[in-house]
Design a protein around this ligand. Sequence first.
Ligand SMILES: Cc1cc2nc3c(=O)[nH]c(=O)nc-3n(C[C@H](O)[C@H](O)[C@H](O)COP(=O)(O)OP(=O)(O)OC[C@H]3O[C@@H](n4cnc5c(N)ncnc54)[C@H](O)[C@@H]3O)c2cc1C
Length: 497
Amino acid sequence: MTPAMPTPDGKVLARREEIVAALSAIVPGDGVLHHPDARRPYESDALTAYRQPPMVVVLPETSAQVAAVIRWCHEHDVRVVPRGAGTSLSGGALPLADAVLLGLSKLNRILEINYVDRVVVVQPGVTNLAITKAVEANGFYYAPDPSSQIACTIGGNVAENAGGVHCLKYGVTTNNVLGVEFVTATGDVVRLGGRGLEPPGLDLLGLVVGSEGLLGVVTEVTVRILPRPECVRALLIGFGDVESAGQCVADIIASGIIPAGMEMMDRPAVCAAEAFVRAGYPLDVEALLIVEVDGPAPECDDLVGRVGAIARRNGATSVRASASDAEREAFWAGRKAAFPAAGRLSPDYYCMDGTIPRRRLPEVLGRIRELSGQYGLGVINVFHAGDGNLHPLIMYDANRPGELQRAEAFGAEILKLCVEVGGVLTGEHGVGVEKRDLMPVMFSDADLKQQKRIKCAFDPKLLLNPGKMIPQLHRCAELGRMHVHGNSLPFPELPRF
Ligand SMILES: Cc1cc2nc3c(=O)[nH]c(=O)nc-3n(C[C@H](O)[C@H](O)[C@H](O)COP(=O)(O)OP(=O)(O)OC[C@H]3O[C@@H](n4cnc5c(N)ncnc54)[C@H](O)[C@@H]3O)c2cc1C
């Protein structure tokens, strides 16, 4: 179902020239893009089913410019959509027709590397991978590793609370960000958190991480870095049925082992990845597990032995342990190529993101297979098995009338199923526009009202990234006992291209 978005405000659109002039004064040079050809590249993020060219794009280079842009927009009732690299899979960075798209990619400097405090301070447009690249020569790295890490920015990671393969052991973004500089909806610059793990006061940093650009704009991030483990090894484990693979995952965790990463692929995903990158995967399996362990070499060897034994007890049909870094990387090559491999099977695919309790894995996969038959659309499953985060990739062809809508309906069923079995709507890709209207499936009215109150406390004019994450919040006065502000416009359907 196409999500409803705030109606373009005609009065704001009529003021476009005034807005361009004001923003150009704040960000001189080529920092403001308003020609249609220049705005076109920003019309969608990685949820490409939704497109909307922004009214104007502004590309500040300093945090002071970001603050000045937001202050001006606040004073003049203009909406703002923050954007990092635009790799969001949930439409979080989707522009609005009457909003300023605030691109943060030019704030891309690493400001400080401190090995004594084990922190790196960066501007929000620095890519995730650039942090590790900057410190790896000294034996350090930044742990959260989204598959998009070559492109996505740390600001976007903070806004989405991004995860990755190695988050099972080392935590997601919120566990690795120590502090931020943050521009509020009124254009004030504040600092939340610090350089240590336990800052004083309310955990406002915890609130901001994962807030999808709705509460303010992150202009600086302090992350912790970790020393590279002495030894890293991986096991490639095949199973004749998904139930045994699921049980193996549960038994590994129950034994007290926390692998650095534990990923599962179902048979269609294994076949697609193998055909694409020839990773050496066994093709006679129904499920394939990659389990990575790390630590001092003797501990690593011990863990490899224990994981292998648990796998065999669960009826594994093949167990291979990497003997070199090259072999370990080959194990991962197929998993990392699973998304592009899906692109070879179908003109389009829709990447879902939901989380379930690990023990419900076999049942949920069975149900997804049934739904696949029901909707007449193929699906391959790759997932962060250790934390129950599913990524079913639904195959469809957008050129066939109705197929995108069918894929979306299928996806919504999967997400409802995740909630039904005790899981949650999203693992790491955020809510954005994609899952916004499913929020009531998971949250009660009281829960949603609390979320709206938080939004209104930070952004009473509802100017920051409106239409995302929070269903049907037209104005803060709806919540009662709050002052009436602008943006009381109805939410019509957003045209899709
Ligand atoms: C192929 C592929 C693989 C992916 N794999 C993973 C994965 O393994 N794990 C994972 O978690 N995600 C993954 N993603 C999703 C995506 O990369 C992440 O959500 C990432 O954090 C988005 O970063 P970005 O810089 O592209 O942000 P954008 O897409 O530009 O924006 C995302 C959201 O953050 C807000 N935002 C951006 N910058 C700021 C800022 N400075 N201050 C406030 N708000 C801001 C935007 O308004 C928007 O709501 C994947 C995406 C792709 C395309």
